[in-house]
Design a protein around this ligand. Structure first.
Ligand code: SF4
Length: 385
């Protein structure tokens, strides 16, 4: 197998990892067929600054010595494995980058010889890309379970994004998914180191003068955890280690793993978790504000912001011409930009009806039941705008 075939194999095996837009039916990673381009698999992805690029997501090696119950790469599973050495991968990616086939790279790996050794190979690859091949584009590096603090620091000096997949919301749940991963020491600790380094080391020491962003991923439904558990941990992470975002990947069984007969998780659960996590991160919501069922899950049939508004705003609508930003963004149909536009427009004149809101980019019909215009509800016929 030549290097390009190895890359096609490893990158196709990596399709379950998230970077950029959350996965959903409308934002699923699009693979460019090798038949069309004769190139490796790349995925459109949105960078933290909003720019869209062609991202190569790949493993340095699909060999792994661990046996996580849900994972296609677990030790002993019979499939075609492949491994790059750092020099081989860096040279190949550099050619793809120069030809325009891939503008950025997300590099992970199965574990072989322990987390420290595997992390060293990822770091060597990143250093070759940056120094030998002068790669200036987007680089997302995975931090391996058990990596050491100086390795985390080196990764932060080279990458635009670093990630540690927690997989489950706490130690007890992780034990059901990945019996040999240690939640606190191996997974949470590197996230704490990243934040500590961010706080104590000047940003100019990093490769492009900025700190890399940090993300994590949970297997939603993999350990029978509740949404309340996932979102409580998400909220803690947002506040304490400043994650750029949390990814949720709805559990899907893989053949020849201990979980092969476990049912798939409804992708709508993944969608509701994303909606709730954005409310926690950007909209001033707390976990207690979210509309959990008796089983501590989000209802699949209701947008969590809408459900909150129905409960708290139906009988206590918000005066659009007086509300502060923190109140406006709690109204369904009004996002962060819409709230800014409302505040801006209010400086010159009062907002009189739903059509004025619509011109400001608000989803007026969604917001209407929860609003007052100078003390009066929006006329019913205008709600059909
Ligand atoms: S350590 Fe990573 S690659 Fe290996 S089995 Fe677990 S999740 Fe899969």
């Amino acid at each position: 197998m030549d290097s390009l075939d190895t890359l096609k194999l490893l990158s196709s095996q990596m399709s379950f990892e998230a970077d950029g837009e959350p996965r959903s039916s409308s934002a699923a990673p699009v693979c460019y067929s090798p038949k069309e381009t004769d190139q490796a698999f790349v995925h459109p992805a949105q960078l933290p600054n909003g720019r869209k690029i062609l991202l190569l997501k790949t493993l340095l090696s699909s060999a792994c010595e661990r046996d996580c119950f849900y994972c296609p790469f677990r030790a002993g599973r019979d499939f075609h494995r492949a491994t790059f050495n750092p020099d081989e991968f860096a040279g190949l990616f550099s050619k793809l980058n120069q030809s325009g086939a891939a503008e950025g790279v997300f590099l992970s790996s199965g574990l072989a010889g322990g987390g420290v050794r595997t992390q060293d190979k990822l770091l060597d690859t990143a250093e070759l890309l940056r120094k030998k091949h002068q790669f200036k584009g987007y680089l997302h590096l995975k931090i391996m379970p058990g990596a050491e603090k100086d390795q985390v620091y080196r990764a932060m000096q080279l990458a635009d994004r670093v990630s540690v997949n927690l997989e489950a919301p706490n130690s007890e749940r992780l034990a059901k998914l990945a019996p040999h991963k240690i939640f606190i020491e191996e997974l949470l600790q590197p996230l704490k180191w990243i934040e500590e380094i961010r706080r104590t080391v000047p940003a100019h020491k990093f490769w492009n003068g900025r700190w890399p962003s940090t993300v994590t991923q949970f297997v939603a439904g993999g350990s029978d955890e509740s949404d309340l558990e996932l979102l409580t941990t998400t909220n803690w992470l947002n506040k304490n280690v400043r994650l750029k975002r949390v990814y949720f990947s709805a559990f899907h069984p893989i053949r020849d793993t201990p979980f092969e007969n476990k049912p798939s998780v409804d992708p709508m659960r993944e969608h509701r978790l994303y909606q709730a996590s954005f409310l926690l991160r950007d909209y001033g919501f707390d976990v207690e504000d979210l509309p959990f069922t008796n089983a501590s899950n989000l209802p699949l049939n209701a947008d969590p912001k809408q459900a909150w508004a129905q409960k708290y705003l139906t009988n206590k609508p918000i005066e659009i011409n007086k509300a502060e930003k923190r109140e406006l963004i709690r109204i369904p149909g009004i996002g962060l930009k819409g709230a800014d536009a409302i505040l801006n427009a209010r400086r010159s004149s009062k907002l009189r009806d739903l059509s004025a809101l619509k011109k400001l980019g608000v989803i007026a019909e969604r917001a209407a039941p929860y609003l007052l215009f100078n003390g009066r509800k929006a006329p019913a016929q205008l709600m059909l705008l």
